[in-house]
Each structure stands twice: as structure tokens, then as C-alpha cells.
Design a protein around this ligand. Structure first.
Ligand code: SAH
Length: 213
């Protein structure tokens, strides 16, 4: 597991690409410069790691495109110490970006293979979420709620009610909604019952799957 000056240089370029597409939060761009994305992918794909593209990982899933990760993270408004729930740990790349920004991260993955692999891998790089959970993110994480932010990294056919219910007042849910493509959607909780909704264009994600049993 090596991270070299060459990788660092490529990450600086990647951060510039992400910025040129409209992400402006310097804390998000710094996190893109810090997280060694090539280590989150199979080493034979290393050449692709710093292109602004999604890429296949294990279990038929994908590591999200860096621009998408950065865009979602910007919408979340992650200040240090914020309590964030991530649905869809996958490779752990988004998790690492949130941890670089000093968030307290709880993350849920429903594929056992990815859960096992990523929960061993992240601490080896020094990334320590508060909790990594094998389970169904549709239900959120009631025992740790409420959250300052919830980020869903898979396409949700509909917005899970449990996730809205687990936001603090002022908290933000960032979720791609729909079949293919999804519309990036932000909900801000204004009061116990009121949510302000805004939409941010089309994205493509693997589906958020519900455990029906
Ligand atoms: N954040 C990840 C994106 C991975 S793709 C990364 O940067 O690599 C989306 C992930 O969501 C997949 O790993 C998929 O298994 C997971 N997923 C799908 N439905 C889920 C659910 N209901 N609960 C938790 N994880 C889910």
C-alpha cells in the first residue's frame, strides 16, 4: 500500500477538475487532495483512480465518481464534529472524505463482502468511523439518532421515512432519488414536521436495496 508524490500530484489535478465542475467548498476540495483513492480500488485499476469516473468494486457495486462524492459532501455542509450517517459504505472512499473533514461518521453497508473488507481496510489507513454496521440503511440507525447529516450513496426509489425522522432540526439529508437516473435531492429539517426540499440535477447510482425480511 503505497501513496507517493506522483499520486499526490494526480490528486491535486483531480481536485481542480472537481472544482472546475462547480464544487467550491475548500474543505471538500482539501479532502479530495488527501484521500488516497487509488488504495480504495483494485491495484490493477490504479491508472483509473484519479480520473473523475465511477469504477466497479466488489459485489457488483461501484466507487462513486469523485465529483459526485464532492458534490454530495458539499450539500451536507460538514463542519468538524458533525454527526453524519452514511448509507452505503461500499469502498469506504466517501467515508474517508467525511473523516478527513473531521466528522463523526456512522456508516451502514448491506453487502457482507464489502462490509468485511472495508471495515478492515479503513482503520489500516487511519480512518476510524464511530461505527461501521452491516445492515439495512433504509431503517437508518435509530440508536444513534438524531444526526446533523445523512448521506445516501445509492439510488433510492423513494425517500426512506426513517431517514427524515432521524435528522436533527437544521439537519440535512442528501439523497439521489428515482430509478435511472436519479435526481440529487437535499432535505433540510426546519421543524419537527417541516422539511425544505431542493433538487440538483441528474446522477447515476447503483440501487438502494431494501431488505424485505
Ligand atoms: N460510498 C460508496 C458508494 C458505494 S455504491 C463509495 O464511495 O465507494 C453504493 C453502496 O450502497 C453499495 O456498496 C451497496 O451495497 C450499498 N447499499 C445498497 N443498498 C443499501 C442499503 N439498503 N443499506 C446499506 N447499504 C446499501
Amino acid at each position: 500500500m503505497k501513496d507517493t508524490l506522483k499520486h499526490r500530484g494526480k490528486r491535486n489535478q483531480l481536485a481542480e477538475i472537481v472544482a472546475s465542475k462547480g464544487v467550491s467548498d475548500p474543505r471538500v476540495l482539501d479532502a479530495v487532495r488527501q484521500v488516497p483513492r487509488h488504495l480504495f480500488m483494485d491495484s490493477s485499476f490504479e491508472d483509473h483512480a484519479y480520473q473523475d469516473k465511477a469504477f466497479p468494486i466488489a459485489a457488483g457495486q461501484t466507487i462513486s465518481q469523485p465529483y459526485t462524492v464532492a458534490f454530495q459532501t458539499e450539500l451536507l455542509e460538514v463542519d468538524p464534529g458533525r454527526k453524519i450517517l452514511e448509507i452505503g459504505t461500499g469502498s469506504g472512499y466517501q467515508t474517508a472524505v467525511l473523516l478527513e473533514m473531521k466528522a463523526k461518521v456512522y456508516t451502514i453497508e448491506r453487502q457482507l463482502e464489502l462490509f468485511k473488507r472495508t471495515s478492515l481496510f479503513l482503520p489500516r489507513l487511519g480512518y476510524r468511523p464511530k461505527k461501521m454496521i452491516f445492515g439495512d440503511g433504509y431503517k437508518g440507525l435509530l440508536e444513534e439518532a438524531p444526526f446533523d447529516g445523512i448521506i445516501v450513496t445509492a439510488g433510492a426509489p423513494e425517500v426512506p421515512k426513517a431517514l427524515l425522522a432521524q435528522l436533527k432540526i437544521g439537519g440535512r439529508l442528501v439523497i439521489p432519488v428515482g430509478d435511472d437516473p436519479q435526481i440529487m435531492t437535499l432535505f433540510i429539517r426546519k421543524s419537527a414536521k417541516e422539511f425544505e426540499k431542493s433538487e440538483f440535477g441528474e446522477f447515476r447510482f447503483v440501487p438502494l436495496l431494501e431488505n424485505k425480511n
